[in-house]
Design a protein around this ligand. Sequence first.
Ligand code: BGC
Ligand code: NOJ
Length: 811
Amino acid sequence: MRFGHFDDERREYVIDRPDTPLPWINYLGTEAYFGIISNTAGGYSFYRDARLRRLTRYRYNNAPMDLGGRYIYLRDEAEFWSPTWQPTQTELDDYECRHGLSYTRVASRYRGIKAETLYFVPLGETLEVWRLKVTNERDTAVSLSAFSSIEFCLWDAQDDATNYQRNFNTGQVEVVDGVIYHKTEYRERRDHFAYFACSEPLAGFDTSREAFLGPYRSWDRPLAVERGESGDSIAHGWQPHGSHHVKLTLEPGETREIGFVLGYWENPRDAKFDPPGSQTINKAGAQAKVATWLAQETVDAGLAALAARWEELLGGLRVQTPDADTDRMVNIWNAYQNMVTFNMSRSTSLYESGIGRGMGFRDSNQDLLGFVHMIPERARERILDIAATQLPTGGAYHQYQPLTKRGNNDIGSGFNDDPLWLILGVSAYIKESGDWSILDEPVPFDNAPGSEQSLYEHLKLSLRYTTERLGPHGLPLIGRADWNDCLNLNCFSDTPGEPFQTTENATGGVAESVFIAGQFVLAARSLAELAVHKDDDPAAYLTAAEKMTGSIAEHGWDGAWFRRAYDFHGNVIGSASNDEGQIFIEPQGMCIMGGVGLDDGTAVRALASVRERLATPHGIVLQQPAFSSYRIELGEISSYPPGYKENAGIFCHTNPWLMIAEAMVGNGDGAFDYYKRINPSAREEIGDLHRCEPYVYAQMIAGRDAPTHGEAKNSWLTGTAAWNYAAVTQWILGIRPELSGLRIAPVIPSSWSGFSAVRRFRGATYTITVQKEPGVSATSCSLVVDGVPVDGGVLPVAPAGSSVQVEAHLS
Ligand code: BGC
Ligand code: NOJ
């Protein structure tokens, strides 16, 4: 069952009923001011940091799920309703939400009144614009009231949700010329405030939530709206709120527009008050923004500028294949999701509350894969930020905070895969950009001034971190965990509520990870490639990779697949000899991506085992059999009921590794088959089962052991976005940046007769046409570049600004 459809032309997803199985959200903002917005206008906004600079309040895990947002109420002489359906849930005559690239439009019709609200954040601004367009389609004139409504958050979202003994006393506002200023704590240590303005003369306003809603009422029947009159309330403590009341009379056929601007403003410390010495906010800057963004021409221009920005970003790669799901994900939604994960990391979605997590060391390095071709300069900046948090041991903090850029151990430390991701991230960046200079950048350790060494030295140290921490089988020690945060082999937690990732670890020096072993081989080979350009000797890295490959063959191969790990006691995990958890997906993907088993048939054997034992129609599960009980020696992985999350859920992040592995062994049909199983657009038809948005990847789809097999959770902020993008564009379509240039090596389904693509690469534009006899699996590719045959599969790097025509023939 579908709840909407794709409008590929306009790059929008159109939702045609408000009661989607879950709120289906979109993101507003691309730089510093951000928000999430659901298909019924729920959500909230923040400036830079979703925890510390939260503008509006939102209550997660509410009933209904999505309550609190950017609401507008309309009222005629007879009744009132929400043109975005929530919160009154009045049955609308028609409804349509269009989630576009950084904007959302919700339109509806109710008893002849058409209302459409557009929400977006203009480029370069720290504010959001709402534009409400109301049309009277009745045959008589109508007197309408429009009420806006937002609830201010007292800035620190965590404190706001917990510290009521203080917070019910601090709220303060000012209202001047119809603009509502929220200035809680401005009188003391904050230099920032929020403002909420309306383009029309006001019939009234409210800034006290209780005055607006009325005692014991909720958002579905605010007292002010019900009686058609605001209270002109001024909040003192309790819950500061923002509501404007506008009255308008519309002739039949007449349309009126009302603009709203909600913004964030920061004043210099010495210019906070006007007049100086008073307690009144200096509003000059904010007033100028209000005047600018309430003007309709500015709004139109702002919207056009936003569209142009996306046109430019998405111009990095456009493809045309025989498959519509592939095209719209690659050309629009997957790329869009990659940019969202770049901005949000894992902080703000319907499942990430915006208060918990910073930028993950491992997550951010992997996210790079999805956006480096769109914004290489930002990828460079990101890499240097991440590397500056690396510890002098070569180890890593697991995360850093975006506002301070300092690493912390809040969600654990000592995840032994972390440092190796830096090598893979840097390698991806140089392959895309050709910018070798990044390796010479001086980068501190743990942000300590004076500790700077070149980024290249950081990478060498990352590799050494692993070789200095090997276990009894010559495999890397797992530390707190590896990519699988929930494989906690040194943890032994028996205390309810204790966080698995931060609780004290036992010091064993025994638990090893085959996943990190595979990752090490990949990273060591990547570093060897970089070494050649640094006049460093690659031999040592290649030898280390060989040695690790040997340890994997000896102790990491189980006969039909790669094992997963050895536990604290030296017992094997991920082996046919185990009762549960016999085969895991991660080492199959990572070892093969590292090149392990490609020359001796073990890779192909492991892939057959995956298909046999882990693949389901909804994607590949993480392991089998699921753990049926809690196992103290394994930790969080066995804490989930079977089929969910790391306990045999379809943890989508790992699926593209298998697509890549299939492509590496030349199995285009197999790779593409896995791709389609989790491609959200291809799952649109089963929206009532999948439940999450059909336009973005979710972290998890319930596995075959779960009663809800096929149900997705944790959409938007997941490494799945970047990895799927890499898998389909670089390995299936085979347009792959390498250090020497762009490789063209498609491994496409046998039924295809080819595809075409336009790829921007190091400033040049390559128009690529791939052709193949339909019905055959191709194993080789010959290239003709601007009419001249080229050997070796890699396109010569063309001068920036030039256009290159590429014809590829697969046979
Ligand atoms: C989740 C993991 C996540 C970890 C982050 C766990 O509860 O299952 O997916 O990586 O938390 O700390
Ligand atoms: C989500 C985390 O963000 C990621 O870092 C981790 O690798 C996966 N969960 C698997 O546990």
